[in-house]
Design a protein around this ligand. Structure first.
Ligand code: SF4
Length: 694
């Protein structure tokens, strides 16, 4: 059934948010080959390279394990293949029944950051217009929601301020923290390393000595969970030594004095005590960053997934503002977003409980009326439940049903025993996906979907660049495009949706979402410029390569000024004690992707890393009698797992690391319980555990 009509297409990588462009080839029905686009104008983010996942990681699409038919759970509790007609009718009936009996908000939707913008837009429209529920969220809740909250408060837009090649690739200095860039964003890391080889300074603060740290001028190991301390310590040093950009602060910001006052408490002694950063390391990093003409501040989930995630990133933004390193070439705040379309599908398209597409406020009457004109009814004005709240409400019996598109909360949520119970308790669960995921195991209905090499649409990468995605193959069996499935459900529930192609969905998006106002398929396909970076206000607007302006400010507030916001930090939710004396952190490895649904099905990738493991520092290993390669039990207050020990000084003494990709040895059996109060992001990066040698 595969690769029937089309042999080659220029498209966008479906793994991470670097958004590499390549030509994808289909051959003989069982493999997909990839060649990077060799024109930098056509591939602005990757400039003629891809990583191992982008190049060799697409055979999952041909897997025999793809879901190829709709399935409905029968009276014996087994999922049984059925027709699309019956499956859709059943879903529509059950959703209507549940809402009749338990109210509109007894249902919730979880959208995907892996699908296209058009698909994500339709899922939130389905939630708000068709179901009328305010409960819509997506997996960005679990990765960069704290980034978005912090940057919205300080700069206005919750997004990367700059470009990959021209700014991240050309900076004079970098501060990277909480990002295993080499393994999670390999092509981006290559650009940084090239630039470092040519003389740029690289400063890395991280609890793990990750790959990018090998290239750093300064690597400083930090204690997990205390990032506000060292960030505020840096700000204090910079102000105290008169290294701040006074003219920029005066011209373009507000509330500087509040931050100046706040950071006074973060003396070098306090920073060392909390974060494990010595006064010398603090001074050296501050001097390096202050001396550079342009600085990129890069981070990922090591910073975001903490109970103080939002404050971490507020402090990072304060640091950039103190140094005047925003709004000019080579500088900027650069959250390295995770999934291929987490910027677009996970945020821009409004798959968020409190934001309509384009981060528009549903309680704003003008906005509400605009959507009412387009949709026939005003979307709910109140914010709905975030993903962890939906599962908690399911557990409590209040959320009765969910429509989960392309996400896997059974493995990605913290404390997955609790998540599993919530999914099992749910009266009616619909999962739309390409494989039988751990979440699909709990589903009442499974709807077979298409994957990125099989679809038309757009993705928005981490630099806000909207790019075209094109198919090189057909979905297997009865599987359909996600937008077609969502539309079919809407029609069953009485809504006359009538899109023939994702380009028509984009036409609706650009009419309702000002930052996408000038984005059309015609422009994306014209070849005049490659992709469009939002905000792109209208058809004559060229898009916005970097946000804000060093001279003029132009921050996204009425007065155009950035806001300094004091950050406190504090302690993580769990602190090691006698019972659980070690600190566990989690993350990714180069060869795998998130919950591993895709990459665990690629033999070539599994041959590199085929099972979960735990990194243990040699001192800790000696103290506990752990030998390299032996299996150990790691236990937290939530549960325990058995994994193979890797004895390595990549982690510090007393800290452990376990990757997030595996169902056997699932790290999220151990994480949980503490959340960032602003963004609702779980504290995956700090848990107290103990280890038992088997
Ligand atoms: Fe794909 Fe990311 Fe690798 Fe680029 S760096 S090829 S976008 S996985």
């Amino acid at each position: 059934y595969r690769l029937s009509k089309i042999d080659k297409q220029e498209t966008t990588c479906g793994f991470c948010a670097v958004g590499c462009r390549f030509e994808m080839w289909g051959k003989d029905g069982d493999s997909l080959g990839v060649v990077p686009v060799d024109d930098p104008n056509d591939a602005p983010a990757n400039n003629f390279s891809t990583c191992v996942k982008g190049k060799f990681g697409h055979e999952f699409a041909n897997s025999e394990q793809r879901v190829t038919e709709p399935m409905v759970r029968n009276d014996d509790g087994d999922l049984e293949p059925t027709s699309w007609d019956e499956a859709l009718e059943y879903v529509a009936e059950r959703f209507a029944e549940i809402q009749d009996e338990h109210g509109i908000d007894s249902l919730g939707c979880l959208a995907s950051s892996k699908g296209s913008n058009e698909e994500a837009y339709l899922v939130q429209k389905f939630a708000r217009q068709v179901l009328g529920t305010k409960n819509i969220d997506n997996c960005a809740r679990l990765c960069h929601s704290s980034t978005v909250a912090a940057l919205q408060q300080t700069l206005g837009y919750g997004a990367m301020t700059n470009r990959i090649n021209e700014d991240i690739g050309e900076a004079d200095a970098y501060l990277i923290s909480g990002s295993n860039t080499t393994e999670s964003h390999p092509v981006l890391a290559t650009r940084i390393k090239q630039n470092v080889r040519e003389g740029a300074d690289l400063v890395v603060f991280d609890p793990r000595k990750i790959g990018i740290a090998e290239h750093a001028d300064q690597y400083t190991r930090t204690n997990p969970g205390y990032d506000v301390a060292w960030l505020n310590g840096l700000i204090r040093y910079i102000i105290e030594h008169d290294l701040h950009d006074e003219a920029f602060i005066e011209r373009n910001t507000r509330d500087f004095e509040e931050v100046r006052e706040k950071v006074q408490a973060f003396t070098p002694e306090k920073v060392e005590d909390l974060a494990g950063v010595s006064p010398e390391e603090l001074a050296s990093a501050a001097e390096t960053l202050a001396e550079a003409d342009s600085v990129v501040f890069g981070w990922a989930m090591g910073m975001t997934q903490q109970s103080h995630g939002t404050e971490n990133l507020i402090a990072m933004a304060d640091l950039a503002l103190v140094l005047g390193q925003v709004g000019k070439p080579g500088a900027g705040l650069s959250p390295f977003r995770g999934q291929n379309n987490v910027q677009g599908g996970g945020g821009d398209m409004g798959t968020l409980p409190g934001s309509l597409p384009g981060y528009q406020n549903p309680a704003d009457d003008e906005v509400g009326e605009k959507f009412a004109d387009a949709w026939g009814e005003r979307p709910p004005e109140e914010p709905g439940l975030k993903v962890p709240e939906m599962l908690a409400e399911a557990h409590a019996g209040n959320l009765r049903g969910m429509y989960v598109v392309g996400e896997n909360p059974a493995l990605s949520e913290p404390d997955i025993q609790h998540a599993a119970e919530a999914l099992a308790d749910m009266e009616f669960l619909v999962v739309q996906d390409i494989f039988m995921t751990e979440t699909a195991d709990y589903a009442d209905v499974v709807l077979p979907a298409a994957t990125s090499p099989e679809k038309h649409g757009t993705f928005t990468n981490t630099e806000r660049r909207i790019q075209r995605v094109r198919p090189t193959s057909e979905p297997p069996g009865e599987a359909r495009q996600d937008w077609e499935i969502t539309q079919a459900l809407a029609r069953r529930l009485g809504y006359d949706w009538d899109y023939d192609h994702p380009r028509e969905v984009m036409d609706e998006i650009n009419s309702l979402v000002p930052i996408y106002g000038g984005v059309t398929y015609d422009r994306l396909e014209s070849g005049d410029q490659h992709g469009l970076q939002w905000p792109c206000w209208d058809e004559d607007h060229e898009g916005t390569p970097f946000l804000y302006d060093y001279e003029e400010g132009n921050f996204n507030f009425e007065d155009g000024k950035a806001r300094f916001v004091p950050a406190d930090g504090g302690h993580p939710g769990e602190i090691p004690d006698e019972e659980y004396p070690l600190t566990l952190t989690s993350g990714r490895v180069l060869y795998h992707w998130h919950t591993g649904q895709i990459t665990r099905r690629v033999e070539g990738l599994m041959s590199h890393v085929g099972e979960s493991f735990v990194e243990v520092h040699p001192e800790t290993a000696e103290k506990l009698g752990i030998a390299d390669g032996e299996y150990v039990r790691v236990e937290s207050r939530r549960g325990d797992i058995v994994v193979k020990a890797q004895v390595t000084d990549r982690v510090g003494p007393g800290t452990l690391f376990i990757p997030m990709h595996f169902a056997a040895g699932a790290v999220n059996k151990l994480t949980g319980e503490t959340f960032d109060p602003t963004a609702g992001i779980p504290e995956y990066k700090v848990s107290s555990v103990r280890v038992e040698v088997l």
